[in-house]
Design a protein around this ligand. Sequence first.
Ligand SMILES: Nc1nc2c(ncn2[C@@H]2O[C@H](COP(=O)(O)OP(=O)(O)O)[C@@H](O)[C@H]2O)c(=O)[nH]1
Ligand SMILES: [Mg+2]
Length: 210
Amino acid sequence: MDPARDAKGPALIKRVEFAGAIGMAGQVPPGDLPQVAIAGRSNCGKSSLINALMGRKKLARVSQTPGKTREINFYEVNESFFVVDLPGYGYARAPEEMRDKWPTLIEPFLSENEGLQGVILLLDSRRGVLPADRRLLSFLAEHEIPVLYVLTKIDKLNRSGRKSATASVREELEAPADQVLATSARTREGLDTLIESIFALVAPDPVEAT
Ligand SMILES: Nc1nc2c(ncn2[C@@H]2O[C@H](COP(=O)(O)OP(=O)(O)O)[C@@H](O)[C@H]2O)c(=O)[nH]1
Ligand SMILES: [Mg+2]
């Protein structure tokens, strides 16, 4: 058991370690393990979700200044797979060099990466699917990369708001029900289901993976 882990973290996650980062085109992942990447617009709640998922308070920095994370960060889980934290996108005031990183660094990383098993696309449940999300989704579809949709900050909506947020994302993306999860980093709602989905992507038998 990883002593730095928060006891509230999902039980399937035994050990998490920062494994390295990629900041420039041409750099390679820090190992041959299968990967699942997590993507979303700046401020969608990505850092908070990664920290809650991994049961570590400060693994991914929760930032007040969006658009600043420049690197692709790798977290090794249970010595069996990488959770890959992609820089946020869609922040209009991000420095030019940051916006350029999607076409020059991140898109090639996604499309030329044999270890990548899928991408988890985070969508702020109050905002739904925006044009920047659609651009990433068409890139992923073009490269036949599997996607799981995760609504974040679901605690901010009441019961009817949740229903309509989930239904409209499903409808807009023509996604089956089990491909859209509703989560909250704050209340931990949906996190166990999300972890199970991640294991299904990268390590089909969770017992062997631990
Ligand atoms: N209510 C609520 N707020 C959240 C949740 N997750 C993130 N936030 C807030 O949303 C803002 C952006 O979060 P952050 O994790 O930094 O987003 P990132 O830019 O995508 O990494 C912060 O003010 C967080 O406190 C959540 O599950 N519930
Ligand atoms: Mg962040």
